[in-house]
Design a protein around this ligand. Structure first.
Ligand code: SF4
Length: 254
């Protein structure tokens, strides 16, 4: 069991709740191991492929694409219908194929080759604006690349992070995913390490405890903070606060 000393704090204002969520989940999951998982190009293109697609099918599409066409130039030069066939395990291959080709063309036009490494030297706003100007790339994808690969102080908000944030009460019920990027960012320390941990921890909680349907509230370390819990179960007792899920570590989750 995690060694967490939990109390109830349902009435905290949203910014304080966000910091408390961050503190509790840091203790529950432990710090995310440093180091990037994938190259910036892989992170960007894989995230485009992952839209409404399982991790396994996204990986399959990525591998088949590079197997079929060899490298990024091969992907750009490929007949679009053949690219769509190669990435057919994604949700919308006919939409994604021309998008990927256009994204690759823009990267080459900007940087002279298929590398995003120069983004490391760009100011955050310039990087976000340039990335989100490309087809199929929203704030979440742009933020993922800039945070994961370049340690920029931005916060990606996906559906898991958004759902947890709304249920706990870190953001209001009408705050959109897009808007939540800025709201949550303004409530957290402006350090890439904090933002990476906050993103990953709340993402894991959304994946493994705070399910879209039937969230597993009795196992949740945020039950003493969460508006949804209060509404459905009443204030957590000391015994309920102590009864959270067995400890998970970042290494066990992707
Ligand atoms: S207490 Fe329930 S609703 Fe609240 S964050 Fe945890 S699992 Fe989600």
């Amino acid at each position: 069991m995690p060694t967490l000393a939990l109390t109830t704090a349902y009435d905290l204002p949203p910014a304080a709740k966000t910091r408390e969520d961050h503190r509790i989940l840091n203790a529950f999951y432990g710090p995310v191991p440093p180091g990037q998982r994938r190259t910036p190009m892989r992170e960007l293109i894989s995230t485009v492929l992952s839209h409404r697609t399982t991790h396994r099918d996204e990986e399959l599409a990525y591998e088949r694409m590079l197997e079929a066409f060899g490298d990024w130039q091969g992907v750009v030069d490929a007949p679009t219908a053949e690219l769509a066939h190669a990435i057919r395990t994604t949700r919308w291959p006919d939409t994604q194929a021309p998008r990927i080709q256009e994204i690759l063309r823009r990267i080459k036009a900007e940087f002279g080759g298929y590398s995003l490494d120069a983004l490391a030297d760009w100011p955050v706003e310039r990087g976000l604006t340039w990335l989100t100007d490309m087809p199929g790339i929203g704030l979440k994808t742009a933020s993922l690349v800039l945070l994961f690969n370049f340690q920029k102080p931005v916060l990606p908000v996906d559906t898991h992070v958004h759902r947890v944030a709304q249920r706990v009460g870190l953001i209001g019920p009408k705050v959109s995913v897009e808007k939540a990027h800025q709201v949550l960012l303004s409530q957290l320390p402006a350090e890439a390490t904090d933002l990476l941990n906050f993103h990953k921890h709340n993402y894991w909680l959304g994946q493994h405890i705070c399910f879209f349907t039937k969230p597993n509230c009795p196992a949740c370390p945020l039950k003493g903070l969460c508006n949804y819990y209060l509404e459905h179960y009443g204030p957590a007792s000391a015994a309920e606060l102590a009864a959270v899920a067995p400890e998970w570590t970042g290494e066990k989750l992707h």
